[in-house]
Ligand binder design. Sequence first.
Ligand SMILES: Cc1cn([C@H]2C[C@H](O)[C@@H](COP(=O)(O)OP(=O)(O)O[C@H]3O[C@H](C)C(=O)[C@H](O)[C@H]3O)O2)c(=O)[nH]c1=O
Length: 183
Amino acid sequence: MELIETPLKDCWLIKNTIIGDERGYFLESFNHRKFSNLTGWEGQFVQDNQSASGYGVVRGLHFQRGEFAQAKLVRVLLGKVLDVAVDLRSDSPSYGMSFSVELDESNEYQLFVPRGFAHGFSVLTEKAVFFYKCDNYYNKASESGIHPFDPTLNIQWKIDPATAILSAKDKEAQSWQQYLAEL
Ligand SMILES: Cc1cn([C@H]2C[C@H](O)[C@@H](COP(=O)(O)OP(=O)(O)O[C@H]3O[C@H](C)C(=O)[C@H](O)[C@H]3O)O2)c(=O)[nH]c1=O
């Protein structure tokens, strides 16, 4: 397991140790002791989530507010996605910045998205199965989001906005300017 810093403070790429042999491969997808020693993160994951999506789906940008904020360790079990994290921590040197990285079923990389970030992904293959660990439970009442095609954030999802497939909730999500106005 190798830690690779991203331009966003505390948001790390994890390069997995993949052990291949004539049968295929093995990897430790998560090891708390190794992860904690490598990152200094002292949290505990309490909920695992998994979703499957077709080509052109964009899920996000989502976050849970306040005490219900979630750190996530995200990876892809099938297919390929463009994963995006946005730093919402107003005291962070990377506040308002986004980071995008392609994650795929090779599982060469995972992305750690800390609490205080918005997160989303676009699906770049016919199907993608997405798996992530969360360090806080789902809390619907604290859920919020920012429109994934917000012009200010200008995230390049590698998906045509005209044909992107979004949930009704995401289609109606607030803009970055509206988010700032409500702080
Ligand atoms: C997140 C979540 C959702 N749900 C229920 C609520 C809905 O009935 C259904 C689908 O929820 P939603 O449309 O919010 O699912 P996604 O669009 O994949 O949401 C996720 O999208 C991006 C990628 C994220 O990072 C978040 O973890 C998460 O918000 O699952 C649950 O029961 N538990 C949960 O933890």
